[in-house]
Design a protein around this ligand. Sequence first.
Ligand code: ATP
Length: 363
Amino acid sequence: MATVTLDNLRKEFDNGRIVAVDGVSLDVEDGEFVTVVGPSGCGKSTTLRMLAGLESPTSGTIEIDGEDVTDVHARRRDVAMVFQNYALYPHKTVRQNMAFGLRMSTDLSKAEREERVRETAEMMDIEELLNDRPNELSGGQKQRVALGRAIVREPNVFLFDEPLSNLDAKLRTTMRTEIQRLQNELDITAIYVTHDQEEAMTMGDRIAILNDGVLQQTGAPTEVYRNPRNEFVGGFVGSPSMNFVDVAVEGDGGRVALTNDDGFAYELTGEAARAASGTGVTEARLGVLPENVTVAEDEDGLRATVEVVEPVGSDNYLHLDLGPDFIARVDSHVEPSNGDTIRVTFDQRDVTLFDAESGESLL
Ligand code: ATP
């Protein structure tokens, strides 16, 4: 096991014309499972490749278990990486693929290596594949072998680069659980890169969100979901994600009105009002999570027209005309018809306000 520390990591390509990773700092604890997520091109893979030693940083440092490994060769880092495309040697059997890494990175005897491969194959349930070559395997089997090849080395740190992207939805779900189970069982520090926010949220002890090479926020998945630090994070995590409404901010002290030209009107009071008016921001974006929007029984609350009712089993998603893609996630027993006018409310404790210009949270 090991801790991992990235300090102000930066990676430029093309003589500085591309900044792939822009000052990323991250502490990963011993045995922790951290998922790194962000849109395509945000620098996830480059960050991971630097950690693995496959790419060298332009500046910044990488420590594994307190040791500066920034300039240490990949093979001496005691990390194992699992890739999206499996990266198995096509001419070697599964057994040889698994044993090869062991031969390169440890000084175990042949008998010890064989024993380790056998044990790992058993753990991964791939014993019957040991004599097969990669082209005889399904995608799911290849990924199990790739995982097995990483595990057999008993690395200090596991790195995953979108390992499940090439699998179908069902297999992906199974493998997610499997990876979590293994990581738990082996108690290995893991850093897992994905573009899929749902995968990141369900798998990580902690989630790190990247955009444009910059780390936006790290935290427990529910913490990040409920308290996004900026609008990007709010809009990126959760399915459906946070609703946003453009509002003008008016008032001071104990009462602040949030209104817009489409007839939206919401009042903040007390602490939230003081915090909002204290910033001096006049143009903001109100953020509220779909499950925090409730349908009001009486005439209080915001008037909204139901554009579409989308049933998703236990819940209904009510698409409302309060803002772009504004969704109220309600119990499936609440079933208005398309076109109905309803009243909705939400508690001001569940309201987030973002500066319209910077996107940063104001509350
Ligand atoms: P994806 O999910 O699409 O793989 P990513 O978040 O992993 O994206 P990276 O692959 O790390 O992103 O790329 C970050 C940026 O750096 C992108 O703009 C990419 O084009 C650029 N980049 C990555 N590798 C190189 C390279 N070897 N040479 C030049 N530019 C590169």
